[in-house]
Design a protein. Structure first.
Length: 232
């Protein structure tokens, strides 16, 4: 009787722990976030001239030339963040029982990075407003590009380092799950970071969208494995 009582108590503790770590809508957020991000990346990278724009003035002119696409970039960029941040925490929650420190550090870094990516969305909103206002793009661009605020540098630093470093740490956490998560999920997430960087640095248009799809596949692998484990 004692052993049965202990086992039941232990099962209840596991179930309770799973409930504490559960993120509502995990599957929608974990898969939908990277998917919408891939759509946003595709709009940016396959719109002529956008990925190659080297100044604010050029971005304003492109926003004026492609207003509908700019609106879609803004909308998908915002929606991607609203989904991917809870999606990241859903993944961190699944990894936490076996790798609590890596899951916490990776989750905080990656989620914080994508929150700060909203600065790009804000820039796109401003560029479109300026393009529609009739202001001189060159004068506006010179004023913006001629100075950099410390807070601006910090925001973009958190975006770059957080999204990149957090993704790598979560990938390592996936690889250390001892069979609870498929190994390929960790390798795909790990591969997504150099793929994104190579795409941005070398001007390969399919690089960032592909990186987002790799994140989607990795997150799906973790979430599906967790669901199967809890059904069995």
């Amino acid at each position: 009787m004692a052993s049965t009582s202990t086992s039941t108590s232990g099962d209840a503790t596991v179930v309770s722990a799973n409930r504490v770590w559960m993120v509502p809508g995990a599957m929608i957020a974990g898969i939908g976030g990277p998917f919408v991000l891939a759509v946003c990346n595709s709009l940016v990278n396959f719109t002529p001239g956008w990925a190659e724009a080297g100044s604010t003035a050029e971005l304003v002119e492109l926003a004026g030339e492609y207003p509908l696409i700019t609106e879609l970039v803004i909308a998908t960029g915002l929606l991607a963040v609203l989904l991917i941040v809870p999606g990241i925490w859903a993944i961190a929650a699944r990894l936490a029982p076996r790798t609590p420190k890596l899951a916490a550090i990776g989750g905080w870094m990656m989620a914080s990075g994508y929150i700060c990516s909203l600065a790009l969305t804000t820039d796109s909103v401003t560029n479109l407003i300026v393009a529609r206002s009739g202001l001189d793009p060159e004068a506006y661009g010179a004023a913006i590009d001629g100075q950099t605020l410390i807070t601006q540098a910090v925001i973009f630093g958190i975006f770059g380092i957080g999204a990149l470093g957090g993704g790598i740490i979560l990938a390592i956490a996936m690889l250390l799950q001892r069979g609870a998560v498929p190994m390929w999920a960790g390798w795909l997430l790990l591969a997504s970071e150099p793929v994104r960087i190579a795409g941005l640095m070398l001007g390969i248009p399919f690089g960032p969208p592909l990186a987002s799809l790799l994140i989607l596949a990795a997150f799906a692998g973790v979430l599906i494995a967790w669901r199967r484990t809890n059904r069995s």
